[in-house]
Design a protein. Structure first.
Length: 117
């Protein structure tokens, strides 16, 4: 069964191209270790909510844009092994955003419809 890693990240708006290059740099490594797809969405309609919202979830500042991204793996085991191997390699992943405010998690699909490529 597929497995999904999800991320919400506050990225300085001025770093849009730098952030895109960051994802393009690292995607081949994750793909090599079994990730099937990566989707990165640059927020352009992220409204403030009454109770909570994406902006507050990552403590986004006025000069930041919320990025919503996910990576699909063939299964959790492949994802876990990939992360263990990537972390063991010790490659420093410099991030063009404040990683302390990134939220992330792993998810087992409850429903997947549409194009699955």
């Amino acid at each position: 069964m597929p497995y999904i890693d999800g991320f919400v990240i506050p990225v300085p708006t001025a770093n849009r191209d730098i952030y895109r290059a960051h994802e393009l740099k690292w995607w081949p490594l994750f793909h090599k270790h079994g990730a099937k797809s990566l989707v990165v969405g640059w927020g352009d309609d992220v409204p403030p909510g009454k109770q909570t919202d994406f902006l507050r979830a990552v403590d986004a500042r006025e000069d930041e844009t919320v990025v919503f991204a996910w990576m699909i793996w063939p299964d959790k085991e492949t994802r876990d092994a990939a992360f263990a191997e990537i972390m063991a390699a010790g490659d420093e992943m410099e991030m063009p955003f404040d990683g302390k405010r990134m939220i992330f998690g792993g998810f087992t699909p409850l429903l997947m419809e549409g194009d699955r490529t």
